[in-house]
Design a protein around this ligand. Structure first.
Ligand code: PLP
Length: 467
């Protein structure tokens, strides 16, 4: 590397080398012939990465090569694991643009065009969800922070809890809600009884008919319910809570309805899948992760609020060195509305994805993922050696290998060991989840490169690992 790290010619030369390496990586991962993941024990990997001695002089290309070789390859068609997208390659280039410009997002002056693009991206999300034109939103680093932000807004409705606190509040959510909802409640200071969990039905959807009794019980326990969180969908099985029925209860009891649509909100783009989200337009707030289903790099999360006023009221605080006026009058200073001060210009990624690709292309990929999930479920159902946990409602499929002579904890250990073997081979990346029936293998089919042939190969690999 040149002695001057800001030398434009050196930057250009390095950039060309890196683009070539990324392009080769994209081509190689398309074949599905290499390893999805090479996963030595963590201590071994740590030992292979030298301690920093502060002297410098390392070749940056060496590190690019190591990153490409030793990472989890989400563009490989046999990556079927966690709900993180195989991002649009074009957006990796926009990440580089954003990193070089390094325009943060607290105040308009620090990210002028980025602020406008973030707001347009949020308006697009709100329109897709069918939220009112007067809604507002913010972008946060991930759905976990997004859910916390929404619940802060729900709390704020109760007598300026931002100033005065309020430890006797509680939130209701299904027992299948993402763990970050429980975390958010604890961060809000609501402690052990801050989250009231509602049982689910056989399809892992919230049993909404139990909500009124749970609300009454919480009140008898000295708690003031402030919000219900509907999962759209749940993480483990991809199950959609009945939003309309939950919205009715919220209306009757004057509760804030928050929809955790981190994974599933994107289905609002598809007329055939939109019914899964029926009622989402009635929500007071929605979390919508573009880095899950809209193919942006992580993290790009929209938190949409039905009322612009409640969005602006979440963090009612003075910071005179940043903000001259109140949030309500300054749509352009986004830092009023988020926990983060300096924040990546994440809205750019979603804005560009929609502006360049268009909604149709994104919709097709969403529908394709669900079609693949149905195809996988059909294969699992048709093979006596496998068991489907639940009929997939979207692109998440949970199944297990079930030899006739194994049950209970031995069956759990059997399936867990199948995954250990697959990880050791590195040819497929699938994950696992524990449901009331036991341990299941879990796949999320959101990689546009995955085909039905890859599903067949994955099931064959599971069978072989099982034997
Ligand atoms: C339903 C749901 N909510 C929230 C999250 C957390 O989102 P993030 O990983 O963007 O923080 C996830 C992540 O998988 C999720 O599935």
């Amino acid at each position: 590397m040149a002695t001057d790290p800001f030398d434009p010619a050196a930057f250009r030369a390095l950039g060309h080398q890196i683009i070539d390496l990324l392009t080769d990586h994209l081509a190689a991962t398309a074949t599905g012939l290499g390893k999805v993941l090479d996963l030595p024990p963590p201590d071994q990997r740590l030992a292979s990465v030298a301690e920093l001695d502060g002297r410098g002089g390392n070749d940056p290309v060496h590190w690019v090569k190591r990153l490409l070789a030793e990472s989890n390859h989400l563009h490989d068609p046999r990556y079927m694991g966690h709900q993180v997208s195989a991002p649009l390659p074009m957006l990796a280039l926009f990440e580089a643009v954003g990193a070089l410009l390094n325009n943060g997002m607290a105040v308009y002056e620090m990210g002028p065009v980025q602020t406008a693009m973030e707001l347009r991206a949020l308006q697009w999300m709100a329109r897709v969800l069918g939220m009112p034109a007067a809604s507002d939103g913010v972008m946060t680093s991930g759905g976990s922070l997004g859910n916390l932000t929404a619940l802060l807004a729900a709390r704020q409705r109760h007598g300026d809890a931002w100033q005065k606190g309020g430890h006797d509040f509680c939130v209701l959510a299904s027992e299948q809600a993402h763990y970050c909802v429980d975390r958010a409640c604890r961060i809000l200071g609501l402690s052990d009884q801050g989250l009231v969990t509602i049982p689910v039905d056989a399809q892992f959807r919230m049993r909404h008919e139990l909500l009124p009794a749970a609300i009454e019980q919480a009140r008898r326990n000295g708690r003031t319910p402030i919000a219900v969180v509907a999962s759209a969908c749940s993480t483990a099985t991809g199950s959609f809570d009945p939003i309309n029925a939950i919205a009715d209860v919220c209306q009757q009891h004057d509760l804030w309805l928050h929809v955790d649509g981190a994974h599933g909100a994107a289905y609002a783009l598809s007329p055939s899948l939109r019914p899964l989200l029926a009622g989402i337009e009635r929500a007071d707030s929605v979390v919508f992760d573009a880095h899950k289903m809209l193919q942006t790099p992580a993290l790009v999360t929209g938190v949409l609020f039905r009322s612009a006023a409640s969005c602006a009221a979440v963090f009612t605080q003075q910071a005179s060195y940043l903000f001259a006026k109140k949030a309500e009058v300054e749509w352009w200073n986004r830092g009023h509305r988020t926990i983060e001060c300096t924040k990546r210009a994440m809205g750019v990624l979603l804005y560009v994805a929609v502006a360049v690709l268009g909604e149709d292309r994104l919709r097709q990929d969403l529908e394709r993922g669900v079609a693949l999930a149905r195809a996988l479920a059909a294969r699992v159902r048709g093979d006596a050696a496998f068991e489907l946990a639940v009929e997939p409602q979207c692109n998440i499929v949970c199944f297990r290998h079930r030899p006739r002579d194994i049950a209970g904890s031995a069956l759990d250990a059997h399936n867990a060991s199948i995954r250990v073997r697959l990880l050791a081979e590195g040819t497929f990346y699938i994950v696992q989840t524990t449901l009331p029936q036991g341990v299941f293998l879990r796949t999320t089919l959101m990689n546009p490169r995955t085909t039905e042939a890859d599903l067949d190969a994955m099931l064959a690999a599971v069978r072989s690992a099982a034997s």
